[in-house]
Design a protein. Structure first.
Length: 255
């Protein structure tokens, strides 16, 4: 990596690079925490996903052991973001609304800690080469997520944000569109439908009739977008149901 490329690394990626990490399997969050002066505990927590108590150069991070492993890893990476970027503050108590790759966290510093966590778990300098040439599907996200020990949702978001093709990751609940991210190449004049179309297989997942993951399918653009030109496009889609009942879909575009 050239000096110019090194200067483009985020703080989280620079941390990994300085540790000499060149393989996702070597991203040991507990070891990183130890080197940063933090002791990590995992125990059941009520009302929050993680907490950080700091005193000078020492800290204690507690992670909710009731959460799934990928969630625990993101929570730990989030608290490491606070520890790295918010030196001088004595503590943080972070809820499920604060922590997550798609969180709309409004509390000061939480969005920055989420960005740090995403880059620590899915560093671009490792992720982009690993994702190169892979189709934008849930199947690909599952394989990449397993490689990086990250959730499928976080991996889908990373795939879309780093994609050079028109793409979206979309989350729906029964009341409609919950959140979405689109790639830099996604057309500005295409607007996602707020409600899932009943002809999409994602609709079956939201309303409980479908299985945990849909097949890869090519559909008319009007099933996903409200723009009057949407029918000119074909959309390749695949969806899966998350543990909390939300449905995440990956969409890519072709004419």
């Amino acid at each position: 990596m050239t000096p110019f490329e090194l200067s483009q690394l985020s703080p989280a990626e620079a941390l990994l690079w300085n540790y000499g990490i060149s393989d996702p399997a070597d991203i040991d969050l507990d070891a990183i925490a130890f080197d940063m002066g933090a002791t990590v505990h995992r125990r059941p927590l009520c009302g929050c996903e993680a907490r950080l108590v700091a005193d000078g150069d020492k800290a204690v991070i507690t992670i909710n052991s009731k959460s799934i492993i990928t969630r625990q890893r993101f929570s730990l990476a989030h608290e490491l973001g606070h520890l790295k970027l918010d030196r001088g503050r004595s503590g943080f108590l972070c809820t499920s609304k604060d922590i997550g790759p798609h969180s709309d966290a409004s509390r000061d510093g939480e969005a920055i800690a989420n960005s740090f966590a995403s880059q620590l778990l899915l560093p671009s300098y490792l992720f982009i080469p690993a994702a190169c040439g892979k189709p934008l599907t849930i199947d690909s996200a599952q394989k990449l997520g397993a490689t990086f020990n990250a959730s499928i949702t976080a991996t889908c978001i990373k795939m879309v944000r780093t994609s050079t093709a028109p793409a979206w990751v979309v989350c729906h609940v029964r009341r409609g569109l919950a959140w979405f991210f689109k790639s830099p190449k996604a057309p500005e004049n295409l607007f996602l439908n707020r409600e899932l179309h009943y002809d999409t297989e994602a609709f079956d997942l939201v309303y409980g009739e479908g299985e945990g993951k849909t097949r890869i399918k090519t559909e008319g653009g009007q099933l996903w977008f409200s723009d009057r030109e949407a029918s000119r496009y074909q959309v390749k889609s695949q969806s899966f149901r998350v543990q909390d009942g939300t449905v995440v879909s990956l969409l890519s575009l072709s004419k």
